[in-house]
Design a protein. Sequence first.
Length: 201
Amino acid sequence: MLDPRDADKLIGGIDPALEAELAHSSAQALVARARHEAPDDPELTRRLVTLVESEGIETLAELWSHSPPNSLPGALWRVYALREWVRRDPRTVSERYKLGERRQSVASVVAGAPEPPGPAEMLQLADAVLSGLFTGELDVALERAAAFARILSTGSALDADWLDDADPTHASAVTRRAESLLSTAEALESAAAQWRRGKLE
Protein backbone atom coordinates (compact mmCIF):
# COMPACT_ATOMS: atom_id res chain seq x y z
CA MET A 1 0.00 0.00 0.00
CA LEU A 2 1.29 3.44 -0.94
CA ASP A 3 2.12 6.06 1.60
CA PRO A 4 -0.52 8.84 1.19
CA ARG A 5 2.23 11.31 0.23
CA ASP A 6 3.37 8.99 -2.58
CA ALA A 7 -0.21 8.39 -3.72
CA ASP A 8 -0.72 12.15 -4.06
CA LYS A 9 2.12 12.29 -6.59
CA LEU A 10 0.47 9.87 -9.00
CA ILE A 11 -0.83 11.40 -12.22
CA GLY A 12 -4.44 10.79 -13.16
CA GLY A 13 -5.61 9.89 -9.67
CA ILE A 14 -9.21 9.95 -8.55
CA ASP A 15 -10.90 13.33 -8.10
CA PRO A 16 -10.47 14.33 -4.41
CA ALA A 17 -14.15 15.23 -3.99
CA LEU A 18 -15.23 11.87 -5.40
CA GLU A 19 -12.65 10.08 -3.29
CA ALA A 20 -13.98 11.77 -0.13
CA GLU A 21 -17.55 10.88 -1.06
CA LEU A 22 -16.62 7.24 -1.72
CA ALA A 23 -14.67 7.05 1.55
CA HIS A 24 -17.59 8.35 3.61
CA SER A 25 -20.23 6.29 1.75
CA SER A 26 -18.27 3.06 2.10
CA ALA A 27 -17.55 3.63 5.80
CA GLN A 28 -21.20 4.43 6.53
CA ALA A 29 -22.39 1.40 4.57
CA LEU A 30 -19.96 -0.87 6.41
CA VAL A 31 -21.15 0.37 9.82
CA ALA A 32 -24.81 0.20 8.77
CA ARG A 33 -24.31 -3.40 7.69
CA ALA A 34 -22.74 -4.27 11.05
CA ARG A 35 -25.63 -2.66 12.93
CA HIS A 36 -28.24 -4.33 10.69
CA GLU A 37 -29.58 -0.90 9.79
CA ALA A 38 -31.14 -0.10 6.47
CA PRO A 39 -28.55 1.99 4.62
CA ASP A 40 -29.53 4.99 2.54
CA ASP A 41 -28.45 3.11 -0.57
CA PRO A 42 -28.96 -0.70 -0.45
CA GLU A 43 -27.27 -1.04 -3.84
CA LEU A 44 -24.16 0.67 -2.47
CA THR A 45 -24.07 -1.79 0.43
CA ARG A 46 -24.39 -4.72 -1.97
CA ARG A 47 -21.50 -3.37 -4.06
CA LEU A 48 -19.46 -2.72 -0.91
CA VAL A 49 -19.90 -6.30 0.30
CA THR A 50 -18.95 -7.59 -3.16
CA LEU A 51 -15.90 -5.32 -3.25
CA VAL A 52 -14.66 -6.41 0.18
CA GLU A 53 -15.21 -10.07 -0.68
CA SER A 54 -13.47 -9.87 -4.06
CA GLU A 55 -10.73 -7.29 -3.48
CA GLY A 56 -10.26 -7.28 0.29
CA ILE A 57 -10.54 -4.49 2.82
CA GLU A 58 -7.27 -3.00 1.52
CA THR A 59 -9.16 -1.36 -1.35
CA LEU A 60 -11.45 0.51 1.04
CA ALA A 61 -8.61 1.30 3.42
CA GLU A 62 -6.77 3.03 0.60
CA LEU A 63 -9.80 5.29 0.13
CA TRP A 64 -10.06 5.95 3.87
CA SER A 65 -6.36 6.81 4.27
CA HIS A 66 -6.89 10.38 3.01
CA SER A 67 -9.83 11.07 5.35
CA PRO A 68 -9.51 13.45 8.30
CA PRO A 69 -9.04 11.80 11.70
CA ASN A 70 -12.33 13.24 13.00
CA SER A 71 -14.38 11.30 10.45
CA LEU A 72 -15.79 7.77 10.29
CA PRO A 73 -13.51 6.69 7.40
CA GLY A 74 -10.57 8.31 9.21
CA ALA A 75 -11.34 6.28 12.35
CA LEU A 76 -11.71 3.06 10.35
CA TRP A 77 -8.40 3.80 8.63
CA ARG A 78 -6.69 3.99 12.03
CA VAL A 79 -8.24 0.68 13.13
CA TYR A 80 -7.02 -0.80 9.83
CA ALA A 81 -3.49 0.61 10.33
CA LEU A 82 -3.27 -0.94 13.82
CA ARG A 83 -4.51 -4.25 12.43
CA GLU A 84 -1.91 -4.22 9.66
CA TRP A 85 0.96 -3.53 12.06
CA VAL A 86 -0.17 -6.42 14.27
CA ARG A 87 -0.39 -8.71 11.24
CA ARG A 88 2.96 -7.70 9.75
CA ASP A 89 5.10 -7.52 12.88
CA PRO A 90 3.42 -9.47 15.69
CA ARG A 91 6.62 -10.01 17.66
CA THR A 92 7.55 -6.33 17.90
CA VAL A 93 3.95 -5.35 18.68
CA SER A 94 3.72 -8.00 21.38
CA GLU A 95 7.02 -6.95 22.98
CA ARG A 96 6.13 -3.26 23.00
CA TYR A 97 2.61 -3.99 24.23
CA LYS A 98 4.02 -5.89 27.22
CA LEU A 99 6.42 -3.02 27.97
CA GLY A 100 3.62 -0.48 27.75
CA GLU A 101 1.16 -2.52 29.73
CA ARG A 102 3.44 -2.53 32.75
CA ARG A 103 3.35 1.27 32.75
CA GLN A 104 -0.22 1.77 31.56
CA SER A 105 -2.24 -0.50 33.82
CA VAL A 106 -5.24 1.87 33.74
CA ALA A 107 -5.29 1.95 29.94
CA SER A 108 -5.01 -1.83 29.93
CA VAL A 109 -8.20 -2.09 31.98
CA VAL A 110 -9.95 0.30 29.56
CA ALA A 111 -8.78 -1.86 26.66
CA GLY A 112 -10.87 -4.64 28.14
CA ALA A 113 -8.61 -7.33 26.74
CA PRO A 114 -8.30 -10.62 28.63
CA GLU A 115 -5.17 -11.41 30.65
CA PRO A 116 -2.59 -11.35 29.26
CA PRO A 117 -3.78 -8.67 26.84
CA GLY A 118 -2.05 -8.61 23.53
CA PRO A 119 -2.18 -8.10 19.81
CA ALA A 120 -4.35 -11.14 19.11
CA GLU A 121 -7.41 -9.56 20.74
CA MET A 122 -6.90 -6.32 18.83
CA LEU A 123 -6.61 -8.27 15.60
CA GLN A 124 -9.92 -10.02 16.29
CA LEU A 125 -11.65 -6.73 17.11
CA ALA A 126 -10.28 -5.00 14.01
CA ASP A 127 -11.26 -7.93 11.78
CA ALA A 128 -14.82 -7.80 13.12
CA VAL A 129 -15.13 -4.02 12.68
CA LEU A 130 -13.57 -3.96 9.21
CA SER A 131 -15.55 -6.91 7.88
CA GLY A 132 -18.88 -5.35 8.85
CA LEU A 133 -19.52 -8.19 11.29
CA PHE A 134 -19.01 -6.22 14.51
CA THR A 135 -22.38 -5.97 16.24
CA GLY A 136 -21.30 -4.21 19.43
CA GLU A 137 -21.20 -0.48 20.04
CA LEU A 138 -18.75 1.20 17.68
CA ASP A 139 -17.68 3.76 20.29
CA VAL A 140 -16.58 0.95 22.61
CA ALA A 141 -14.59 -0.67 19.80
CA LEU A 142 -12.91 2.64 18.99
CA GLU A 143 -12.08 3.21 22.66
CA ARG A 144 -10.56 -0.25 22.95
CA ALA A 145 -8.47 0.40 19.85
CA ALA A 146 -7.40 3.74 21.34
CA ALA A 147 -6.36 2.09 24.61
CA PHE A 148 -4.38 -0.49 22.64
CA ALA A 149 -2.60 2.30 20.74
CA ARG A 150 -1.82 4.15 23.99
CA ILE A 151 -0.26 1.06 25.51
CA LEU A 152 1.80 0.51 22.35
CA SER A 153 2.83 4.17 22.38
CA THR A 154 4.14 3.84 25.93
CA GLY A 155 5.94 0.59 25.10
CA SER A 156 7.47 2.13 21.99
CA ALA A 157 8.71 5.15 23.96
CA LEU A 158 10.33 2.85 26.54
CA ASP A 159 11.91 0.77 23.77
CA ALA A 160 13.27 3.96 22.17
CA ASP A 161 14.85 5.00 25.48
CA TRP A 162 16.67 1.68 25.73
CA LEU A 163 17.81 1.83 22.10
CA ASP A 164 19.09 5.39 22.35
CA ASP A 165 22.70 4.54 23.30
CA ALA A 166 23.12 1.54 21.02
CA ASP A 167 21.35 2.81 17.89
CA PRO A 168 20.26 6.47 17.97
CA THR A 169 18.87 6.40 14.42
CA HIS A 170 16.62 3.44 15.18
CA ALA A 171 15.68 4.99 18.52
CA SER A 172 14.57 8.15 16.72
CA ALA A 173 12.35 6.13 14.36
CA VAL A 174 10.80 4.26 17.30
CA THR A 175 10.19 7.59 19.07
CA ARG A 176 8.33 8.87 16.00
CA ARG A 177 6.27 5.66 16.01
CA ALA A 178 5.39 6.26 19.67
CA GLU A 179 4.25 9.80 18.86
CA SER A 180 2.19 8.54 15.91
CA LEU A 181 0.54 5.89 18.09
CA LEU A 182 -0.36 8.52 20.67
CA SER A 183 -1.94 10.66 17.93
CA THR A 184 -3.83 7.58 16.73
CA ALA A 185 -5.12 6.93 20.25
CA GLU A 186 -6.28 10.53 20.63
CA ALA A 187 -8.01 10.48 17.23
CA LEU A 188 -9.82 7.23 18.05
CA GLU A 189 -10.93 8.57 21.45
CA SER A 190 -12.27 11.70 19.78
CA ALA A 191 -14.05 9.59 17.15
CA ALA A 192 -15.66 7.47 19.87
CA ALA A 193 -16.94 10.60 21.63
CA GLN A 194 -18.31 11.97 18.37
CA TRP A 195 -20.02 8.65 17.61
CA ARG A 196 -21.82 8.78 20.98
CA ARG A 197 -23.06 12.26 20.13
CA GLY A 198 -24.19 11.11 16.68
CA LYS A 199 -21.69 13.41 14.97
CA LEU A 200 -19.16 11.01 13.48
CA GLU A 201 -19.68 11.09 9.73
